[in-house]
Design a protein around this ligand. Structure first.
Ligand code: ZN
Length: 166
């Protein structure tokens, strides 16, 4: 089994991937491939020309930095980009997150963010919620307390960006 790519700055943040005997190694590998794919080929990475809200968040535990930019139409997200650097979990979570936002209202996004946060904090009913889509690939992070901040960093920036605008 491959290990997660190490964090950029702190060796303490580098851990083996989560394994889940109930789901089987194939699914764990599939999830891991999805995370690495988003890490290597991030979606919606870059900067917006006309952002209505920009928030940068840092995770000092791991050295992750994420900037989320939103272009809004009322309280609906018209476009989103993210930038930053850090470990695979932080960057993949940001990339997957941006794929779910366009055309959705702040309230709707708030529900997804709350469900995702519960999943990362270990709520198995949240992990089974189909509304999370690909984000469920990150469910294994619930067993890695040191990495939970990595997975939630982009969402924290997103939530603040929506609040600061509204
Ligand atoms: Zn990290």
């Amino acid at each position: 089994m491959r290990s997660w790519p190490a964090c950029t700055r702190r060796a303490s943040c580098s851990v083996m991937p989560p394994s889940d005997g109930r789901r089987g190694a194939d699914l764990t590998a599939l999830y891991q491939d999805l995370i690495l794919d988003h890490y290597r080929r991030p979606r919606n990475r870059g900067l917006l020309e006309h952002a209505d809200a920009t928030v940068t968040k840092k995770n000092p535990l791991c050295g992750d930095v994420i900037t989320v930019q939103l272009e809004l139409d009322g309280d609906t997200v018209r476009d989103v980009k993210f930038a930053g650097e850090g470990c695979a979990i932080s960057q993949a979570s940001a990339s997957m997150m941006t794929q779910m936002l366009k055309g959705r209202s702040a309230q709707d996004i708030g529900r997804v963010a709350a469900t995702f946060t519960r999943m990362i904090e270990g709520d198995s009913s949240a992990a089974a919620d189909a509304s999370l889509g690909e984000l469920r690939a990150l469910a294994g992070v619930a067993r890695l307390p040191q990495r939970q901040k990595c997975a939630l960093l982009a969402w924290s920036a997103l939530t603040q960006a929506l609040v600061s605008h509204g």
